[in-house]
Design a protein around this ligand. Structure first.
Ligand code: FAD
Ligand code: UQ1
Length: 448
């Protein structure tokens, strides 16, 4: 997070030298660091989440562990996709976290700080403890920032009962508590008016809650309501059609273009703005409220030279190379890649980025192209999943030669039991680049 009290972000000012370097071609730029950093690595990875650890494992194989550093402040690393099931009481929170030290590739330098500023002209980053670190190649993997505070009454409203959010470590168990304590009234699930990570997760918990209330005999006393800022249930028609059937069968109410603007947690009231009629608000009383918070780029990227106008890392959508700085790369939720932000997308991106960096290191042009692959296992019950997989064009790009638009028990087990293993033991070790090879094999070559 940005530190407003910090001294202005001023790098070593060898001004003339700097200008000279700026005027040189990019190939020279990434070979010569001119800031006064005491620490230097061939590859610096900022952020040690899903994408950062994955890329550090891959870079270790490429250049050697001692030449790679990861800047990550958190002592713990979390497998966030399982929080959907934690919020529904189907998995324990403790299973989602492991010490960062245990996922850091051995020999790679872990710098336990926050990056605060970028100086790509000088191949340097600066941390919140005032360290400057220089690099030949920089990989930015800072994730997405949760912005509960954009909703009036939050985050303090979480100190009251009946409200939870699967999106944060601190609030996910409150979802399960609210579900268990449900007696009678509205169970409301929200989707904010911003990009989010895993765009299916706001409704997965709704289907799980609906099934829980049915199994515990409370369903007839519950109105299940999905208040979404979007105008559609899901961005890919095939899966949207399947979800709308489920919504009809299970008697769920959907209100489109409804954005949560305030929570009055003491009165169990949630206020929604009608985005089609700005200024018009509706107050809903709730017995359970699941909040998906607004989200945006991490503070470290605000007004940074590596960011686009919104604050996302500005990368080429096929190669993941920065549009302006050829020795800078972005991966995962913090980028402006126009696809749905997921760990599955990170997996596919990691294989492409690995190749891109190899070629850039050899002064060759990147040639492997990311197709936007992303996946969202749409959990529709305690043993059912629709496995959505799609590309930049919002066209299904399915791994298995079966109709993935159907709810399936096998896909639930894949999500709940196999994916965590794949994540900890293959993705984070740099050995899982997404399911494209399996897809090609299973479709006998008749697939993209
Ligand atoms: P993250 O894994 O969030 O990592 C970002 C890292 O950057 C963090 O470790 C953070 O501490 C660090 N950081 C932040 N600021 C700084 C700084 N200034 N300096 C240094 N480090 C910093 N994906 C799926 O594929 N399938 C799913 O079913 C799925 N379900 C989900 C359900 C939920 C409830 C949630 C919350 C997410 C889900 N996801 C799912 C999404 C998935 O978890 C993310 O897309 C994925 O973790 C993105 O990886 P990342 O590395 O970009 O970001
Ligand atoms: C995936 O690769 C991945 O990252 C490890 C996920 O995140 C946990 C997923 O949810 C999914 C579905 C995939 C894609 C994998 C297969 C086998 C379809």
């Amino acid at each position: 997070m940005a530190n407003p009290g910090a001294t202005p972000f001023v790098f070593c000012a060898h001004h003339l030298l700097k200008t000279a370097f700026q005027n040189m071609g990019y190939r020279q730029l990434h070979r010569s660091s001119i800031c006064a950093a005491k620490e230097h690595y061939d590859v610096v990875v900022v952020g040690g989440g899903s994408a950062g650890i994955t890329m550090s494992a891959r870079m270790k194989r490429k250049v050697g562990a001692e030449k790679v550093a990861v800047i990550e402040p958190s002592e713990m690393h979390y497998y966030q996709p399982i929080w959907t099931l934690v919020g529904a009481g189907a998995k324990r929170l403790a299973t989602s976290g492991r010490p960062t030290a245990s996922v850091m590739p051995s020999g790679v330098k872990w710098i336990k700080s926050k990056v605060q500023g970028f100086d790509p002209e000088n191949n340097c980053i600066r941390t919140d403890d005032d360290k400057e670190i220089s690099y030949k190649y920089l990989i930015i993997a800072l994730g997405i920032k949760l912005q509960f505070d954009k909703v009036k009454g939050l985050p303090e409203g979480f100190s009251y009962p009946k409200i939870g959010s699967n999106y944060s470590l601190q609030t996910v168990e409150k979802t399960w508590k609210a579900l268990q304590d449900f007696k009678k009234g509205n169970a409301i699930f929200t989707f904010p008016n911003t990009p989010v990570k895993c765009a299916g997760a706001p409704q997965k918990i709704m289907y799980l809650s609906e099934e829980y209330l049915r199994k515990t005999g409370k369903r007839s006393d519950a109105n299940i309501i999905f208040n979404t800022s979007l105008g559609v249930i899901f961005g890919v028609k095939k899966y949207a059609d399947a979800l709308l059937e489920i919504i009809k069968d299970r008697n769920i109410q959907v209100n489109y273009k409804h954005s949560l603007v305030e929570v009055r947690a003491d009165k169990h009231e949630a206020v929604f703005e009608n985005l089609d009629k700005p200024g018009e608000t509706h107050v809903y009383e709730y017995e359970m409220l699941h909040v998906t918070p607004p989200m945006g780029p991490p503070d470290a990227l605000a007004n940074s030279p590596v960011s686009d106008a919104v604050g996302w890392v500005d990368v080429n959508k096929e190669t993941l190379q920065h549009k302006k700085y050829p020795n800078v790369f972005g991966i995962g939720d913090c980028t402006n890649l126009p696809t749905s932000k997921t760990a599955a997308a990170v997996a596919a991106q990691s294989a492409v980025l690995d190749r891109t960096i190899s070629l850039v290191m050899k002064n060759q042009s990147p040639n492997k192209k990311y197709d936007g692959y992303t996946s969202c296992p749409l959990v529709t019950g305690y043993s059912k999943v629709i496995l959505a997989e799609f590309d930049y064009d919002a066209q299904p790009l399915e791994t298995f030669p079966i109709d993935q638009g159907k709810e399936r028990r096998t896909m639930y087990h894949m999500k709940a039991d196999m994916m965590p293993i794949l994540y900890w033991h293959a993705l984070l070790k740099g050995y899982w680049g997404g399911p494209a090879p399996i897809r090609k094999l299973l479709h006998l070559g008749f697939s993209k």
